[in-house]
Design a protein. Structure first.
Length: 698
């Protein structure tokens, strides 16, 4: 590891030790820094000023310490921000989506932080600004314009915003003609599904523990207190969300955890009817639903279809006894999502980490695929608002190719390039090399690693490397274009993504092999990826900066404990590192829903032992650690601020050398960091400044 030499000397904050002791499954647990968890954390999520003074003082001192250590890179960070901003077309606009008589789109103004929601008559005409995100954010330290949905009659816009970073979203209904807001609905997830007659909408409300467990029907012009409860989930470990089928025949209530799901149908013409279940809950069975011509189209893992299959069922009686196979299961070909149009079914599939869009013609049953020839790339589609259309909007990019947006005619197979992301400061893909290697894992598996480097970077083991990964919940990390990373790549860094187990990059099996009792595969896959990059001379030992956030931050904590000598530095963003204590706290927002992913250490001694053996906070040891930059958010409901704060304190109290440990807590934000597209550049610049200092390049 490069070590402390590249950082200035500064006296680190020392957190007091107040040991909290308990016995779980007959084993003693002691936590010296449990006091950093505010007893009134629920109040802090709604009002950061409620944070106890002693804790605030400690976090402020940590922020001052981090700023002092990064001070030598302050001017460089300003340069990095200018570079990254130079790659953004500030007056950018997205291609519009048609919905009947109008085209809807988002655009930005030069210097603007937030989107401006607009529409115009289909085929052209004067623009109408529906909502100005910059105006709405004025005077607010944090503002996230989250969900928005125009009503079927096009006269109203439901829009939601979070003004604390705590993911409590307030929904408002705007009259398009007057610009006035009404019908304020508080403490929601932000999602809205309109009734067909535009007299009201469905929404999801959060409970006192910040869990999305209730679906309500709101009628316009009535107070929130009179809203009708459509569904209340009694099982605390299940998430609740809402959506609608592409043809708007049904509103959908999706109840799920990481293993099991149930979908309830709501007729938007008769919303007061009791929602109907498509298929009862069965532990381990997951499914989601579309609709076509009186049939439900169901993507499911039922009957051992680990990588999913497509079945159909009559919408009037969709019980599994009526399911008929449409697209069979193929092991190793993951069906990730679907959309159903009047004449076509669209599937996003993935095989060996490479995505493809598959189009199935409803009348003939014939299928064809949209694919690309690069070694590694990102591919996605957006269904838009219309159902009776042959046009599909899809996007393509690679690590060296800026995103391209196409309209694809599913009948003629013709495509039209609508937009190629512009890099105002200039970008030549030919200056870069995109590679994919397979790293040999400990058990004989191979881990895909996507790589980007400048064509002029010497591959002799001397180049520094930023190695990113996630590895949880089955989430796939796409190998798409990231303009900000070019600020490191242009300075000689190799950028790599390790597609470790815990994600679905290689199908459902890849996910299952990186969870619960097999969680350590995620960590050893990452180390194997680092060693493969070293063996391939892309970088060298002690030249790698590791980066991961949230559950990927857990990965950062684990590899810091396991192989600290491999790394020049570690960037852990909102890191989920206090796994055991969090999974033992059933009142925290995400604990019960997370038990299927990590195990339940309250009920199971085996799960307790498994988590305790790898939980980064519990396995900090007396050894030298590389420099570690830890990022946190005070109002984060997903990874509570005290997890990274406790980890930083324990690292300093235990480590025998190396470092330094830097903790930066955004006191005005939550899990996603600063709000605003330009403000967020400062977060990346701070991380990249740290990486350059850790590798001796600042």
């Amino acid at each position: 590891m490069t070590g402390r030499a590249n950082f200035p000397r500064a006296i680190a904050p020392t957190a007091k030790k107040h040991p909290a002791r308990r016995v779980v499954h007959g084993l003693p647990l002691s936590d010296d820094f449990a006091w950093l968890r505010a007893d009134n954390w629920r109040a802090v999520l709604k009002d950061p000023a409620a944070l106890p003074a002693e804790i605030r003082m400690h976090l402020d001192s940590e922020n001052a310490h981090a700023a002092a250590l990064l001070a030598p890179s302050a001017a460089l960070q300003d340069v990095l921000v200018r570079e990254m901003r130079g790659r953004i077309r500030e007056d950018d606009a997205e291609p519009p989506f048609r919905d009947g008589p109008f085209e809807y789109y988002e655009r930005y103004r030069t210097g603007g932080e937030h989107p401006v929601l607009c529409r115009r008559p289909a085929g052209g005409g004067d623009e109408t600004i529906l909502l100005d995100g910059d105006a709405e954010s004025a005077g607010k330290a944090f503002f996230d314009l989250s969900d928005h949905a125009h009503a079927p009659n096009h006269a109203l816009l439901a829009w939601a915003a979070d003004t604390q970073g705590s993911e409590y979203h307030t929904i408002r209904v705007r009259d398009v003609a007057t610009g006035e807001d009404r019908d304020v609905i508080e403490e929601t997830t932000g999602a809205v599904v309109w009734l067909k007659n535009a007299t009201g909408f469905l929404y999801v409300r959060l409970d006192e523990n910040h869990r999305d467990n209730r679906v309500y029907l709101h009628r316009l012009g009535t107070p929130q207190s009179s809203d009708r409860l459509l569904h209340e989930e009694q099982t605390p470990g299940l998430f609740v969300s809402i959506s609608e089928t592409q043809d708007r025949a049904f509103a959908l209530i999706d109840i799920h955890d990481h293993e099991t799901s149930e979908v309830l149908l709501v007729d938007p013409d008769r919303p007061d009817d009791v929602p109907r279940s498509v298929a009862p809950r069965l532990v381990g069975r997951r499914y989601d639903v579309e609709h076509h011509d009186g049939r439900l189209i169901i993507r499911t893992n039922a009957d051992d279809a680990a990588d999913y299959k497509i079945v159909t069922a009559p919408a009037a009686d969709p019980h599994p006894r009526h399911w008929t196979e449409l697209v069979p299961h193929e092991p190793g070909r993951l069906i990730g999502r679907m959309a159903s149009f009047a004449s076509h079914l669209v599937l996003l599939t993935r095989r060996d980490g490479v995505p493809s869009i598959v189009i199935r013609d409803w009348p003939s049953g014939a299928s064809h695929a949209i694919a690309f020839s690069e070694e590694t790339y990102a591919l996605g589609f957006t269904p838009g608002f219309e159902h009776d259309t042959t046009s599909l909007r899809f996007t393509y990019s690679s690590l060296s190719t800026p995103q391209e947006t196409f309209d694809y005619d599913m009948a003629t197979r013709g495509r039209v390039l609508l937009k190629k992301r512009e890099i105002p400061s200039g970008h030549d893909p030919a200056r870069y090399v995109v590679r994919r290697i397979n790293a040999p894992a400990l058990d004989g598996e191979t881990v895909p690693v996507s790589i980007l480097h400048a064509r002029t970077t010497p591959l002799d083991g001397t180049a520094p490397c930023l190695l990113a990964a996630y590895g949880a919940y089955g989430i796939v990390i796409p190998a798409g274009f990231r303009s900000n990373i070019l600020s490191l790549v242009d300075r000689g860094f190799v950028f790599a993504i390790a597609h470790v187990r815990g994600g679905r990059d290689k199908g459902q099996r890849w996910y299952e092999d990186g969870k619960r009792e097999r969680k350590t595969n995620t960590f050893t896959d990452y180390i194997a990826s680092a060693e493969a990059l070293i063996a391939g001379r892309f970088t060298g030992t002690g030249r790698i900066v590791a980066q991961g956030g949230s559950a990927g931050g857990m990965l950062m904590g684990a590899i810091a404990n396991l192989r600290p000598e491999l790394f020049a530095g570690i960037i852990a963003e909102v890191p989920f590192v206090d796994v055991l204590n969090t999974m033992l706290d059933k009142d925290l927002p995400l604990t019960p829903p997370e038990w299927p992913e990590w195990g339940n250490p309250i009920e199971s001694a085996a799960d307790f032992a498994t988590i305790r053996a790898y939980s980064p906070y519990d396995n900090v040891s007396a050894q030298a650690y590389p420099p570690i930059l830890i990022e946190a958010g005070l109002t984060d409901p997903r990874v509570t601020y005290w997890e990274p704060a406790k980890w930083a304190a324990k690292l300093r109290a235990t480590m025998t050398g190396g470092g330094p440990i830097l903790l930066n807590t955004n006191m005005d934000a939550g899990h996603g960091g600063a709000s605003g597209r330009l403000k967020q550049l400062k977060d990346d610049a701070r991380a990249y400044g740290f990486a350059l200092m850790a590798t001796g390049l600042a």
